[in-house]
Design a protein around this ligand. Sequence first.
Ligand code: CTP
Length: 413
Amino acid sequence: MREEDFVAALRKCGARVFIVGGWVRDQIRGVKAHDKDYMVAGIEEKAFANLFPEAEKVGKSFPVYLVAIDGKKSEVAFARKERKTGSGYCGFAVEYDPSVTLEEDLYRRDTTMNSLAMELPSRQIHDLYGGIADTRRGIIRAISEHFCEDPVRALRAARQAAEFGFAIEDNTYRLMAACREELAGEPAERLLGELRRALRAPKPSVFFRCLNRAGILAITFPELAALIGKTQPAAFHPEGDAFEHTMLVVDKVAAQTSSVLARFAGLVHDLGKGTTPKEMEPHHYGHEERGLEVLTAWNQRMTLPRDWLQAGGFVIAEHMRAPLLGKEAKIVDLLLRIDRSNLSWEEFLAVIMADHQSLPDYLQNGEGYVRKMKQVSGRDCPEGLTGKKIGEWIRSEQLKIYRSLVVRSDSAD
Ligand SMILES: Nc1ccn([C@@H]2O[C@H](COP(=O)(O)OP(=O)(O)OP(=O)(O)O)[C@@H](O)[C@H]2O)c(=O)n1
């Protein structure tokens, strides 16, 4: 159905139709807007369903319909009011009868930039809370004290600050802080959803810094908050403590690759520094082992995506020794391990480079070396070898190949 037909049918029944939220905000930002969300006011649900029998009802606590408009399935919601009845994001009573007005619907939303509505067909923008000015000035501002009614809005604000390069104003920080208690009871998937989107941002560090400034990093991601104040040798880390170092690394990885997997691995590479005994600081001997324990505990707390867990664990275990190996046999083992990991070479090297600033030849050219080494096949082994002996022969052949390649690349200089 064409948008204009959808709108005309509703207006014939006396309803008003709006595009709301992120799409309108992104028009003002002048960036390619994502999917349109529609909101209708002044119509009974039954009348709507009769008008669009092909619309698919979704949403449990309040009706949202999926309607094919201009070739895309778009969400259509009814103007609604929300009343807090208990804790957490389920503790709401929702009212959505036809008497609910545009003003009431916009008031229950999170921030001014997300409260803009474009009425159709006139395309008039309703800006009740100064959302246009805030969007133009890059300011994230809660509409009212209702902000705290969904505590995950605190993470949304921090994530949108990272995504758009916007600043959160002071009173909104206060409201984010007020979400503290209820955040502890939020489902992990909602927090991880925001973390995933924050990791896609150009500078993911902004997300963690905003949470920290609001005093809620320790509630949401205590493993990262534990890095704050953990000192490091100044000669190697002029940037400051282990948290500052982690923020630097995650942003550097983000500058190299759009891979969320690599960015997560960068985020967690030094988690073990958060549990270094005070008397050992500024050194963090054994932080690789401790880091794996912290990641395991984080996973028990939140159930991380399996591929994040794998990539994070791999980088935690390898990041210190990977660029410092001397023995060829160890280098060959490492190169084969990297190849078997769930990170691509580009992803792994982006993290190591962000952490160490430079790469030895065996890492820089590692992918090519491994490609050649993997050509060795057990089928070519000398007759009479069996079982373990075949494995040993393959390894010694791979080592020979590695040695020949390294010599060649050295002499080519
Ligand atoms: N916790 C939430 C989630 C959403 N919204 C409102 O619902 C709209 C649509 O939400 P959603 O599509 O999740 O996000 P957007 O803000 O549209 O944009 P983005 O996906 O870029 O975050 C938001 O703009 C906001 O008005 C809200 O008030 N509180």
